[in-house]
Design a protein around this ligand. Structure first.
Ligand code: ZN
Length: 155
């Protein structure tokens, strides 16, 4: 294992031990909200991802999730929650992150993945070598995508 792999392992472990955004959504009054359940039959991971969106700016003001599953799926949800918490993302910006993450996880990124877009999610790059774990890593992100579609329908 290279030093970098070790570092990535640590990021994943950290997120699965102390998950960010796990719990109930507490939306600000007047927010648009959406919630989506996603299940990964090949591993047994389950997740509910909920978001609150400011109806005027379209910004995601909070993201919360509940779930159970392998450490990859749980760490990935936590990393996603961290990105949404630390940055100001509207639907389009969030979709850009999801697309970059999907490319990386499917091993289709040309060159190095963009750390500006992906943050800690870069730690999951190694998952692309394990076809069986791709769905685990994508689970929360796919659920967020469904949430964004629900919110779009309300705006
Ligand atoms: Zn899994």
């Amino acid at each position: 294992m290279s030093a970098l792999d070790g570092l990535y392992q640590e990021v994943i472990l950290d997120h699965s031990k102390r998950p960010i955004g796990k719990g109930e959504l507490t939306p600000a009054e007047g927010s648009l909200t959406a919630s989506h359940h996603e299940f990964n039959p090949s591993c047994g991971d389950e997740i509910d991802v909920s978001i609150a969106v400011d109806p005027t700016s379209g910004e995601i003001t909070s993201l919360a999730w509940e779930g159970q599953g392998c450490s990859i799926s749980m760490a990935s949800a936590s990393i996603l929650a961290q990105i949404v918490r630390d940055e100001t993302l509207d639907g389009a910006a969030a979709r850009e992150r999801i697309a970059a993450f999907r490319e990386m996880i499917h091993g289709k990124t040309a060159g190095e993945p963009d750390e500006e877009l992906l943050g800690d999610a870069i730690a999951l790059q190694g998952v692309s070598k394990f076809v069986m774990r791709v769905k685990c890593a994508m689970l929360a992100w796919v659920a967020l995508e469904a949430d964004l579609t629900q919110v779009d329908a309300q705006r």
